[in-house]
Design a protein around this ligand. Structure first.
Ligand code: FES
Ligand code: FES
Length: 164
């Protein structure tokens, strides 16, 4: 006879991910990042620390930037999720990605999906964010490569703050 430890509880979860309805039976302990990467094959969301510190795993949950490495997928039943894979499908998303490339806002690119998702949220939420709002948003993202200058330039250009 199997013990409960051998048969972890599975839960039906439904979400809308990048505009597509999805439904899976998952273990209750499944993290959102693993749901996205393993169940759905959306590997653009990266796991840098697993502790909610680096920001690499940032996605939008019901339009709000959130760390998918510390969120249980089962708690997000019914949620709308947006990942980096959705960004290039919009004109504004294309502009953001091109700006990052032009400003050299990335080198290895590991942190980039998380930074871009935070920027997408900020871009939608505040029409003209001030310096503090911009700094607060990107403060929670760690980058080992760029020294942040290119990222900040890309963020400023995306938000139209160049020269202000
Ligand atoms: S992987 Fe989630 S914050 Fe670092
Ligand atoms: S570009 Fe390499 S970690 Fe940010």
């Amino acid at each position: 006879m199997n013990s409960s430890a051998d048969s972890p509880t599975r839960l039906d979860v439904e979400m809308v991910v990048n505009g597509e309805p999805v439904r899976r039976a998952i273990e209750a302990r499944t993290l959102l990042i693993d749901f996205l990467r393993t169940e759905l094959g959306l590997t653009g969301t990266h796991n840098g620390c697993s502790y909610g510190v680096c920001g690499a795993c940032t996605v939008l949950v019901n339009g709000v930037a959130a760390r998918s490495c510390i969120a249980l997928a089962a708690q997000l039943d019914g949620a709308t999720i947006e990942t980096i894979e959705s960004v290039s499908h919009t004109e504004r998303g294309q502009e953001i990605l091109e700006t990052f490339s032009r400003c050299r806002g990335l080198q290895c690119g590991f942190c980039t999906p998380g930074v871009v998702m935070t920027l997408v949220e900020l871009d939608r939420r505040i029409e003209t964010p001030n310096r503090d709002e911009i700094e607060d948003s990107i403060d929670g993202h760690l980058c080992r490569c760029t020294g942040y200058a290119g990222i900040k330039e890309a963020v400023d250009q995306t938000l139209g703050r160049v020269g202000r």
